[in-house]
Ligand binder design. Structure first.
Ligand code: GTP
Ligand code: MG
Length: 367
């Protein structure tokens, strides 16, 4: 499995007009050997125009095949399942396959056009006829490319969007930050990593899955002051998820689910008890996540601690103890980045055996 975003290095895909004109200009600039002044004019022009037909066909075909070949195979066996799911949701894998297939089809049509005109160019009766034959071949090739315009535009949209997706390394532990909208997920990622996801007062501020990194220090012994090494860990910010069934979820929520399903080796679930009306929905959502991902170590955080007074904090923790005695809840403020880092590092260390078990399963495609 590649550790980088497999779409990052695909070169921009031009629109039809541009694709044709780049190929056309390159062919018309090429000097053709064996067409010097001491060869009879008709013979010279026949060779020149026939060669141009060959060259344009070759140029266009290689440009079309390059687009097809550069795009990674949309197969979860080959690229991380996360990418496959996200791209399928946004553009449809079948649509992409069909579009790439139409580029290969067009390349074959261009090859046929070349074959149909080449003999005529070599046997042209006059200089003018040779040029006309070449123009006719070029015209037909151009119209094949023009018909691909909306498909080329579509593939360029796919390329531009997919290249900015995070590069995931399945060899690193991955903590996915999940929860109801507006609870402080991006604020946490902002506090513990150098990533700067957008933070907003409105729900669904985060629309895409984004990535930050946290280094987990490893000490030789419990008394060592200096770490001997660091374990790199990916922290994934996800869009908010509402309490509803998979069928009812919007595309933004489904991106969060795709990250939890395909990337998470542990999950931090954040509650926001200041959203009182939504509390029941948050609890339902937590139950869903807990059921669905029961194998994955789960850390529960209640954010916005700074907005509660001491009595409210006490009531809140009592409420939690009475209703969910089996789950520990950590009350924190997203402004306290040191405490948050410590919480995440301890969480990793307490669960590292299970985390690495899940990492191995993900790499071998077992989960
Ligand atoms: N006072 C206080 N405000 C917080 C805390 N954490 C987050 N906020 C505020 O809560 C709001 C939402 O924070 P975000 O980090 O964008 O929340 P989110 O869960 O990423 O939201 P979505 O991406 O929309 O799902 C912002 O106005 C933050 O400033 C906190 O610990 N204390
Ligand atoms: Mg967010």
């Amino acid at each position: 499995m590649p550790s980088e975003n497999p779409f990052r290095s695909i070169v921009p895909i031009p629109r039809a007009e541009k694709l044709f004109s780049i190929a056309y200009n390159s062919v018309m600039r090429t000097s053709i050997r064996g067409t010097s002044e001491n060869v009879p004019p008709l013979q010279r022009i026949r060779k020149k125009e026939a060669t141009r037909i060959e060259l344009l066909s070759k140029e266009l075909r290689s440009r079309l095949f390059r687009i097809v070949e550069e795009f990674p195979q949309m197969d979860a066996e080959i690229i991380t399942g996360f990418y496959v799911e996200i791209i399928d949701m946004s553009y449809g894998i079948d649509e992409i396959r069909k579009t790439l297939g139409s580029f290969s089809g067009a390349a074959n049509v261009i090859w046929k056009i070349k074959r149909e005109h080449l003999g005529d160019a070599w046997h042209a009766r006059s200089v003018l006829a040779a040029k006309d034959i070449r123009r006719a071949a070029f015209g037909r090739m151009r119209s094949v490319i023009t018909k691909l315009d909306t498909r080329l535009e579509f593939m360029e949209t796919v390329r531009a969007q997919t290249r900015i997706m995070p590069g995931i390394d399945l060899d690193q532990p991955t903590i996915c930050i999940a929860g109801y909208p507006n609870v402080g997920k991006s604020s946490l990622v902002n506090a513990v990593t150098s990533a700067r996801p957008e933070i907003g007062v409105y729900p669904f501020t985060t629309k895409e899955v984004t990535l930050g990194h946290l280094k987990i220090p490893v000490y030789a012994s419990g008394t060592s002051k200096q770490p001997i090494t660091h374990i790199p860990c990916q922290i994934v910010d996800t869009p908010g998820i509402l309490d509803r069934t998979l069928e009812e979820r919007n595309e933004i929520e489904l991106r969060a689910i795709a990250a939890l399903k395909n990337l998470a080796t542990s999950i931090v679930f954040i509650f926001d008890f200041t959203q009182k009306k939504a509390l029941i929905y948050q609890v339902n959502l937590f139950n869903q996540v807990f059921r669905e991902f029961h194998e994955v170590p789960l850390l529960l955080i209640c954010g916005k601690e700074d907005l509660f007074d001491e009595t409210q904090k006490k009531d809140l923790l009592e409420f939690w103890q009475d209703n969910f005695p089996q789950h520990n809840l950590h009350l924190v403020s997203m402004n306290d980045s040191e405490e948050l880092k410590k919480l995440l590092i301890d969480f990793y260390k307490e669960n590292q055996v299970q985390i690495h078990k899940i990492m191995n399963k993900r790499k071998t495609g077992e989960v």
